[in-house]
Design a protein around this ligand. Structure first.
Ligand code: GDP
Ligand code: GDP
Length: 436
């Protein structure tokens, strides 16, 4: 269900972003087309041998200049160790072993996480020989690659996906809704979880994940069986580098990846802020369910229409995907905490929903007839047939004679029709047009 996280670490100029681009390139079109969210520079999706994973170019978060401080690199490496499943340590054969490489290797030799050493810029055979000196870093096997040409990257990726840790959940637990609470520091995530589940009393089992950061706990509360993702991360808050955006991005990525539905918490006294939007976009990009919780509602001086007004403002910010439940809660007074859980479970069910092909065609072909795609260069576009794809999250394919001429506004029209007739609240859905 969840995909693993790979972090690339290494000095500036060894080729981290070149490698990042190569690994994410094949997926770029898909990711962009689907979510309508611009791909960010440091976080992308990779796929190899049918295995999906997330990849983070940690170098993108530190000052990328030659006089970068060793302390800065150290921070980057420690954060990668905390947050990733596998660390890809990239070095540069042209430069040979530098002091910074030694310093990074010294940290990596002590971690229990999987570390893979790749020697970059091995563009020719002579350089394979030169690359051998990197064995002295004491990190075991090395992979000679050229990020520029792609040479050697296949072997590297074979090894990478084979090294992913195996999940330690029972089959039954894998099926349960995996919920998480995400949001900026101090919005009230820990308070909410305490209000919801109390202090550890309703734990069914405590499944330690494969990393010390990721603990998924099985709860039974209010008649629902569910897993809460990453409360450990919430508990250890404060000890870590909360100030760094790098940290909160990684934290959110990890949590979101492991969830089915994310409860995105915002602070009622502050409204939707840029970082809230970043997290929202990450959720959508990962095609996860989402419920917006506006917390600290007890602090708001309410008048009769403040709820409606704020909900409308939030929807405006979230557009175009704003078919999202918004719940005003107080973790402090426990107002609507139960409701938040109920809604998250509903969204989980929506995300698994399958619409019968006959029903889908009946509704959508009528909608197409009422408002056909505009003709292009005198050519009429005919949509013949619709079906829901057998993907794990809702996706629909409409078969047409000239799918390439159908523009985004029409795709949105179809998406809205689907949402109007079938309840997909809180769930990103995909609409594809394919050749009949
Ligand atoms: P980063 O600072 O680690 O992200 O490094 P970049 O990806 O920006 O690459 C630094 C420089 O190395 C750029 O000029 C790249 O074109 C070059 N480079 C990256 N990969 C290779 C490679 O495989 N071979 C060669 N010869 N140059 C490379
Ligand atoms: P986290 O960093 O997101 O886990 O936030 P915490 O749960 O640690 O809460 C941060 C601060 O906000 C604490 O001082 C909480 O007591 C306070 N807080 C959390 N929820 C509420 C709420 O609903 N109302 C009020 N008034 N304060 C809250």
């Amino acid at each position: 269900m969840s995909s693993k996280i790979v972090a690339i670490v290494g000095r500036p100029n060894v080729g981290k972003s070149t490698l990042f681009n190569r690994i994410t390139e094949s997926r770029k079109a898909i990711v962009d087309e689907v979510s309508g969210v611009t791909r960010d520079r440091n976080y992308g999706k990779g796929q190899w041998n049918g295995v999906d994973f997330s990849i983070i170019d940690t170098g993108g978060y530190v000052v990328n200049s030659d006089d970068v401080f060793e302390a800065e690199i150290n921070k980057q490496v420690h954060l990668a160790i905390d947050e990733a499943d596998v660390i890809l340590f990239l070095v540069d054969v042209e430069a040979g072993i530098t002091d910074l490489d030694d310093a990074v290797a010294a940290i990596l030799r002590r971690t229990k996480k999987e570390v893979i050493l790749a020697v970059n810029k091995v563009d020719n055979n002579q350089r394979i020989i030169d690359a051998q000196e990197f064995y002295s870093l004491g990190l075991g096997e090395l992979y000679c690659i050229s990020s520029m040409t792609g040479s050697g990257t296949g072997d590297l990726l074979d090894h990478l996906v084979a090294s992913f840790p195996v999940k330690e959940e029972t089959e039954e637990e894998t099926e349960l809704p995996h919920l998480s609470v995400v949001g900026r520091p101090n919005v009230g995530k820990s308070s909410f979880i305490n209000a919801l589940i109390g202090i550890e009393r309703n734990i069914v089992t405590d499944v330690a994940g494969t990393t010390r950061d990721s603990i998924h706990t099985h709860y039974n509360k209010f008649g629902h069986d569910f897993m809460i993702v990453d409360t450990a991360g919430l508990r250890k808050k404060g000890k870590v580098h909360e100030d760094l955006e790098f940290y909160s991005v990684l934290r959110s990525v990890r949590t979101i990846e492991n969830s089915d539905v994310c409860l995105l918490m915002i602070d009622a006294t502050r409204g939707v802020e840029a970082q809230d939007m970043n997290i929202f976009n990450l959720i959508v990009k990962n095609k996860k369910g989402v419920v917006v919780l506006v917390n600290k509602w007890d602090l708001i001086d309410k008048n009769t229409n403040s709820t409606k007004k704020l909900a409308a403002e939030i929807k405006e910010r979230l557009a175009p995907f704003n078919d999202v439940p918004i719940i005003f809660i107080s973790a402090k007074t426990k107002q609507r905490v139960h409701r938040a859980l109920e809604t998250a479970i509903e969204v989980f069910e929506n995300r698994k929903k399958r619409i019968k092909t006959s029903e889908l065609n009946e509704i959508l072909l009528e909608a197409v007839e009422a408002y056909p795609p505009p003709s292009v260069k005198g050519k009429f576009i005919k949509i013949k047939y619709v079906t829901q794809l057998p993907s794990p999250t809702p996706a629909f394919a409409l078969f047409a004679n000239l799918p390439q001429y159908i523009k985004d506004p029409y795709r949105r029209y179809i998406e809205n029709q689907i949402r109007d007739h079938f309840d997909f609240t809180g769930v990103p859905i995909q609409v594809f047009f394919r050749q009949k």
